[in-house]
Structures are given as structure tokens and as C-alpha cells.
Unconditional design. Structure first.
Length: 364
């Protein structure tokens, strides 16, 4: 990604900072720092405003900053100074009188500490300034997410070919991540969810020692993190034996809900309306109380970001957003079905970015 893109992003943020009537914003959330600078390290903050564009970091990252953020002004602390004290001193040195902080990424302790260390500086909690910019993905970001999807899909194809009755959930999760890494992923986007049989009814189940042979189906929720830091997020149910009629029924309802949601995707659509379209299909089939999560979420530098699809969402879709659509039904003591895809909102509708087969295909 070119330095110009980062400069353009920072320029947009400076305009938002001006509107917030602070002299600068302390950006501490690592994905936001990366979005604005290209820096892939940690333990660093960006002070940004009309008069300031300053990376606050430490000596471990000097060479990395030279490589990833050439030309970006910085101040470097040593081991003799705590970061909190160094940030406070930097604000004093720069004569900042009113600074914004990222409210959702700052602990109460850090907020109170900063106010105590620089009593002459007004510290203003702000929220969502960088996240609003991140809502709309540029061409480079969309290309990176496509890469993450491709890595995930190839890994999934590979692990299905390895299925044996004695494979455990953990073995599948490990092999899946290994295959994605071999193809170029940094790692899995998150710890893969692999739930055999009744365990698929736990939406955030952690893979264990249950073998594929214990049930005729398995749910896999997985994704890849590509080298640029962007994620993918997918879910499928795989038949490993004869499909139970009850599972077939659940599957068809979820598949119909998925289609209903996709048909609502377009610029200007209310996220709550998209959620409602899928939820109505599931409710009409009598399973409304077994769909307990939102329909989906944005995906990018973080696996879960805005916008959110839920009954209480107040967001609307815009071209350039990349979101997941993931309706599900989870029946305790039987199992669950979730179908999750990554979708790009376009100028006139949507593009289904993922292409994992929708049918329950046997892993054998």
C-alpha cells in the first residue's frame, strides 16, 4: 500500500478531529494505528490533529518504523520511562491543551492516569472517528480481503480431503490452519470453530477431542489472516455420513434465510431490515428462539467490526462495506446450522465474495 493512501486517511481523520473541537486525537487501538500509518507493531500511539502527526513509540520499533512508516515524525521512549509518562510528557512538550482519546479502546485506569499526569490538558473521550473511516474499504483493502477469502477456501478444500473417521475436532482445526499458512496466510483469522454433531449447537464452541465418527455432520467456522492484516470469516456444515432429516430441515431454513438477507443487500438498506428479513424466515419456520445472535458484521483489519446486523442496529449500508451474512439455528442436544459468507456492498447491490459450495458435501 502506498504512503499516499495513509496520508489520505490521516487527512480525512484530521478533518474529523477539527469537527470534534480538540487539538489532537491519541490513537491507541492497534488496528487504527495500522490503518493510519501502515505500522504493524504494537505498544505505540499516534497523536494526530491539524498541528500534529506524531508516532509515539519505543526503541524496539525504530528500524521497523523506518521501514513501514518512512517520513513519519516520531518520538521514541527508552526503558527508563513508562509509556503513560512518555505520552503525558509528549503532550506537554507539544503544548497540547485539549486532546481526544479513543473511548472504546482506553481503560478507565488509563483515562484517569492521563488526566492526573497532565492536569493542564483537557482529555476528551471520543469514539468511532477512525472506525467511521474504516467502514468503507478501498480497492487495496478489498483485494486483501479477497486474498484472505481465497486462502481460507483453499485451506477448507484441503482439510476436507483429509477427513477420516478418527480425526478429532482439534486435529481438523490444526490441519486447517496449517494448510492456510502453507498457502501464505499469517495464521487463522481466529481459533477455528469445529463442532461435531450436537456440539455444533454452541455458536462459539472451542474444538475438542470429539471424533468425526461420532456424528454424521460437523460445523466449521474459520477464516484466514492474510499478510496485509485483513481477515476472512466463513462457516459451513459438512456431512460426513447420512444426513439426518432433521438436519436437512434446519439446513433448508437457514439457506432460505441466507437468501432473504442477500436479497436485501444494497446501498441505503438498514442493517436492522436485513437482519429482520433473515429472522422472519427462521421465525416463520418455528425456530426464532434458536437464532440468538445478530445476522452478521463488518470484516477487515478486525474480524468483527462495523457495521453490525441486528434488530437494534441503527446503521445503513454503503458501497465499499465488506460484511458477513451468517444466519443460524442451534438446537440443544441435536446440533446447529450456520451458513456464513463474506459480501461486498456495491453501488447497485452486492457481490458474494466467497464461493464455498453451499450444499452439505461429504468430507470423504
Amino acid at each position: 500500500m502506498t504512503a499516499d493512501r495513509y496520508q489520505d486517511r490521516r487527512a480525512k481523520l484530521v478533518a474529523a478531529v477539527k469537527k470534534s473541537k480538540v487539538e489532537g486525537l491519541l490513537v491507541a487501538h492497534e488496528p487504527n494505528v495500522r490503518y493510519l500509518t501502515g505500522f504493524t507493531g504494537d505498544s505505540s500511539q499516534l497523536l494526530i490533529g491539524p498541528e500534529h502527526t506524531l508516532m509515539i513509540s519505543d526503541s524496539r520499533f525504530e528500524t521497523q518504523l523506518d521501514q513501514e512508516c518512512p517520513g513519519l515524525e516520531r518520538v521514541i521512549r527508552t526503558t527508563r520511562t513508562l509509556m503513560a509518562d512518555f505520552v503525558a510528557q509528549t503532550l506537554t512538550d507539544r503544548r497540547v491543551r485539549k486532546v481526544g482519546i479513543e473511548a472504546s479502546a482506553t481503560s478507565v485506569a488509563s483515562f484517569n492516569s492521563l488526566k492526573e499526569k497532565v492536569p493542564a490538558v483537557e482529555v476528551v473521550p471520543l469514539d468511532g472517528l477512525v472506525e467511521k473511516l474504516r467502514l468503507i474499504k478501498d480497492k487495496g483493502e478489498i483485494a486483501a480481503i479477497r486474498t484472505a477469502i481465497d486462502l481460507a477456501q483453499k485451506g477448507f478444500q484441503g482439510v476436507q480431503a483429509m477427513f477420516t473417521p478418527d480425526m478429532t475436532e482439534l486435529q481438523i482445526a490444526h490441519e486447517l490452519e496449517h494448510l492456510m499458512r502453507r498457502r501464505g496466510a499469517l495464521r487463522a483469522a481466529f481459533e477455528p470453530i469445529v463442532g461435531v454433531g450436537s456440539l455444533s449447537a454452541l455458536p462459539h464452541y472451542r474444538a475438542g477431542h470429539v471424533k468425526l465418527s461420532s456424528s454424521p455432520f460437523v460445523l466449521i467456522d474459520w477464516g484466514a489472516l492474510e499478510p496485509g492484516g485483513y481477515h476472512s470469516d466463513l462457516t459451513r456444515v459438512v456431512a460426513t455420513g447420512k444426513i439426518p432429516p432433521k438436519l436437512e430441515k434446519l439446513y433448508r431454513v437457514v439457506e432460505k434465510a441466507r437468501g432473504a438477507a442477500l436479497s436485501e443487500l444494497r446501498p441505503g438498506a438498514a442493517c436492522k431490515a436485513v437482519d429482520a428479513a433473515a429472522r422472519k424466515v427462521i421465525a416463520d419456520a418455528g425456530f426464532d428462539r434458536f437464532f440468538g445472535h445478530g445476522l452478521g458484521h463488518g470484516v477487515g483489519l478486525e474480524i468483527h467490526e462495523n457495521p453490525r446486523f441486528s434488530p437494534i442496529s441503527e446503521e445503513t449500508l454503503q458501497p465499499g462495506m465488506v460484511v458477513t451474512i451468517e444466519p443460524g439455528i442451534y438446537l440443544p442436544d441435536f446440533g446447529g446450522v450456520r451458513l456464513e459468507d463474506d459480501v461486498l456492498i456495491t453501488r447497485d447491490g452486492y457481490e458474494l465474495m466467497s464461493s464455498v459450495p453451499l450444499e452439505m458435501e461429504s468430507g470423504h
